[in-house]
Design a protein around this ligand. Sequence first.
Ligand code: HSE
Length: 402
Amino acid sequence: MIQVAVLGYGTVGSGVVEVIETNKSAINKRAGAELHIKYILDLRDFPGDPYEDKVVHDFDIILNDPEVSVICETMGGIHPAYDFSKKALLAGKSVCTSNKELVASHGPELIQTARENHCNYLFEASVGGGIPIIRPLNYSLTAEKIDSITGILNGTTNYILTKMDKEGAGFEEVLREAQEKGYAERNPEADVEGYDACRKIAILSSLMCGKNVKYEEIYTEGITKITAADFKYAKQMNKSIKLLAMSRDTDRGFFAMVAPFMISREHPLYSVNGVFNAVYVHGNMLGDSMYYGRGAGKLPTASAVVSDVVDCARHLGKTVMCFWENEDVQVKGIEEDNGKFFVRVKADRREQAMAAFGSLAEINVGIAEEFAFMTQVITEKEFNAKIDEIGGCINRIRILSA
Ligand code: HSE
């Protein structure tokens, strides 16, 4: 029997208990042992809950119980999740987590601690909710040199942008709905400002490089400036707007960014709507592959945590390989990156914009007060200089190259 403790009985933690209970017989068969929830750590009590007798308030009870071999950390945040995870690993207990913040900031250290103590630090649920993406990167694509990853990695923002696109809905109203459905973070800033997607692309990029990509070095822009007018232009251009998290290993260096992008109908990520996430990976031998599924929500995320528990049960006393060394990748500054931009300026800047950008393609949706256009490929640095030269813009959105 594998005795399991769950840290945090919130959305994902209660989902972990539900998944283990609902799929008990299949999970136990696959794990090769019976999984049993022994403790649930939470500050609160849960009177009337079928698992109320498992609830404890003191982490040391779990840490000092030699029977517990696997811990599901579904608390989120750095503290006390870091201290609990570190202590558990030092005690030889495996940790399975959905905590992208902690994995992005302390991943290599905790992986190393697990290795030294013959246990595992697994984090399938930290990126893409229920989509298996960590295991494919760790196990399946090992013959590849992965040169780019482009992902829709935040369910909340994809849900909001999809509703804005398809229903013309307002930002605030859709955000509230996403929170009610349990997709959004308690502090929605992490979602809408792109911080959550930034942590997730840092994790994927680190696995892509086998070295540490620091999330602090990834340029991050959220969706709060995207308006109904932007979607009007996008439609006219046969495009939609998605919050993309991307990294590219090029001969000019390693680039990473989170930002809203205009994306054309032909791109496979165009059809990724609502709370769904997708990760589009390019390998030098395989070419393109895409991983798609529910990127947020209680049961999909919990399912990924439990898949890690099964992996731990299958590898008791052994460490599952994960290449993520504690050596930092040098992330290039965004100014050197290049691409095309969609730009809206006030109508009276038309001549200046045409002079500054030279060859540009006008986009007209009948908004008389504006002049909107698409640039040629240009570096971020040149683009910003030209926008300064013409006295600023109403908005600008990067365009994903096909
Ligand atoms: N708030 C996150 C999202 C939850 O919306 O994707 C899953 O990490």
